[in-house]
Design a protein around this ligand. Sequence first.
Ligand SMILES: Nc1nc2c(ncn2[C@@H]2O[C@H](COP(=O)(O)OP(=O)(O)OP(=O)(O)O)[C@@H](O)[C@H]2O)c(=O)[nH]1
Ligand SMILES: [Mg+2]
Length: 328
Amino acid sequence: MTNFVDWARLLVEGGKGGNGEVSFRREKFIPKGGPDGGDGGKGGDVLLQANERMGTLLDFKHLRVVRAGKGGNGRGKRMTGRGGRDVLLQVPLGTVVRDAKNGEVIADLIPGSGQVVVAKGGRGGRGNVRFATPSQRAPRQAEKGREGEVKEIILELKLIADVGLVGRPNVGKSTLLRRLSAARPKVGDYPFTTLRPHLGLVRLEQYQSFVMADIPGLVEGAHRGKGLGDRFLRHIERTKVLVFLLEAQSEDLSADLDSLRQELRLFNEELSHKPSLVAVNKLDLVGDRSRFPPSFCCISALTGEGVANLLKRLRRMLKRGEEIEVRH
Ligand SMILES: Nc1nc2c(ncn2[C@@H]2O[C@H](COP(=O)(O)OP(=O)(O)OP(=O)(O)O)[C@@H](O)[C@H]2O)c(=O)[nH]1
Ligand SMILES: [Mg+2]
């Protein structure tokens, strides 16, 4: 099958803070030295960082608990305890982190988000030095370290791409991605060849490129779990433009398009409002080309016919998107 994992649940625990120390100075000639117990060290944090070379959450499939290190206890001579060891976990770029308790988003690891603390270590306890007052010069009091934060989190991968390919199984989505990029998703003459999303970098001109996502085929009823279901649709939620890919031999193109749009709407209303264009593939298989509406982009992913035109239109749409972003 596939080793693509885009969902994981994990318990993260910040380290406990070290205890504060109760200690008194002991020097020759000073029989009764003052307090000198140091503070406990801070417990370690659990942090996450996006790694663009990772494409799946597979590493987290069997990982249940991640614990950061305990802080060291304070010691005499005002020595502060060691800080607990941090644990830095690498996750794929585009991972959304939620609190399992309430579903709240803790972090979204997009480019530039750096390291994010998901479970803070506990503070170290104060040593007895800190409790000395003019009236209490020899305090026998110190604090215990605080517990670290404990949280159950959900990691959900939402790939980052500019353009998403949407279509029924076997219409040629993967063939198109292979033609346009160096990505190598499997192509086969049967439905559900693609079992996981694939990303490809599409080069336009020098210094211009965009990322295209190919996802498994969508069938009517996908929102009810039919076929591979609609769970892969979340990987095109972040895209700027969608390409609805249809098949030229189809009897009813507009019904095909409606059913794709309907599945998108049922998954996420917002997705159905995204800028999109319609491409009709396998043009090489039909004789009469006059029946296709002029707004549809007619292509053959196999022979390459019409593909340059599709790219031109995509480029224009992506540029327009940028202008809108600047204006906001
Ligand atoms: N004649 C012709 N065949 C094509 C064209 N594009 C794709 N095919 C064929 O159609 C079949 C399906 O292609 P895929 O690229 O695997 O289709 P897909 O949409 O990715 O399918 P799923 O991954 O199952 O959703 C393969 O046999 C391809 O060779 C085309 O433009 N013309
Ligand atoms: Mg495919």
